[in-house]
Ligand binder design. Structure first.
Ligand code: RIB
Length: 297
């Protein structure tokens, strides 16, 4: 089962600070580094490191060639990654001493996907293959519609929340992987359980995996509901932890794991990712996750 990830590629400019900058304040930075990132790239890397056959579909500018190289180094097929005029997408990330982040995202080339490029990827796809999407590229609606026509299994990570998100035809989504912020926005409710129940009744044919940060995650599909805790590791940088979870969950289920096993593997991978700085570069491979689980179980 192939995974086609229609997703963003960003240069993550990470500024380490004592505390996040407040309105009207100027803050000195203690460290600065650039990492490969973008929700799309992170999820492709995670899915591939978990053993999936991944095709990335997206756009970069000439300043982002290393992002494509990074995907290729991680065994992600880049036949559908296009270099366009203008700048790549980038993120300005404040990383505080607790490992928490604040992120500003500039879409850049991520909003330059064209129909021909998307259609090319769909030609390569077979019925039953997976379409993975986040909300950091253009043409999300078109891809959802094409995915449904193709008979693909559509996995949606509705992140980040933007006005456009509320217009997408989500009835074609098979699996939602989302966090509390996204669940609150899509349901209009502010309690996690109520939000999940509301989403399940809005999209009764979809499976939901709701991540709750320190509180773990919940899987819900029709009458089946399962809760999982987290694996505790030192928090160095939480950037990309959700993406690691998402890519791992997806790849593990594509390889035949049930949702319970996939949630355990995804939680372990995310726990390892938060203990390492950077987004795309903090994602562990399957061997590391398995060794971690052997120690922790
Ligand atoms: O989810 C983390 C990602 O969000 C970062 O890598 C950044 O690029 C933004 O897209």
């Amino acid at each position: 089962m192939k995974i086609f990830n229609f997703g963003s590629l960003n240069l993550d400019k990470v500024y380490s600070v004592k505390d996040f900058v407040k309105s009207g304040e100027t803050v000195a930075v203690t460290d600065f580094q650039t990492f490969p990132g973008g929700k799309g790239l992170n999820q492709s890397v995670a899915a591939a490191r978990a053993g999936g056959e991944v095709y990335h579909v997206g756009c970069i500018g000439s300043d982002g060639l290393f992002l494509k190289e990074y995907l290729e180094e991680n065994n992600v097929n880049c036949d559908f990654v296009k270099t366009v005029d203008g700048a790549s997408g980038h993120a300005i990330i404040q990383l505080n001493q607790k490992g928490q982040n604040c992120i500003l995202v500039y879409a850049g080339a991520n909003f330059r996907l064209e129909k021909e490029q998307i259609d090319g990827a769909f030609e390569k796809m077979s019925e039953g293959d997976i379409v993975l999407l986040q909300n950091e590229i253009n043409s999300v609606e078109y891809i959802l519609t094409k995915g449904r026509e193709k008979g693909a299994r559509i996995v949606m990570n509705p992140s980040p929340v933007t006005d456009a998100l509320f217009k997408y035809p989500f009835h074609s989504v098979n699996v939602f992987i989302l966090n509390e912020t996204e669940a609150f926005a899509l349901s209009g409710l502010s309690d996690a359980k109520e939000a999940l129940d509301r989403l399940c009744s809005l999209y009764p044919e979809a499976e939901f995996v709701l991540t709750l940060g320190e509180k773990g995650c919940v899987y819900k599909y029709k009458d089946t509901e399962m809760k999982f805790g987290i694996f505790k590791t030192e928090t160095v940088d939480t950037t990309g932890a959700g993406d690691t979870f998402c890519g791992y969950y997806l790849s593990c289920t594509a390889k035949g794991m049930n949702p319970k096993e996939a949630c355990v593997y995804a939680s372990a991978a995310a726990a390892i990712a938060v203990s390492i700085k950077g987004a795309g570069s903090s994602i562990p491979d399957m061997k590391t996750v398995e060794a971690f689980l052997q120690r922790e179980r």
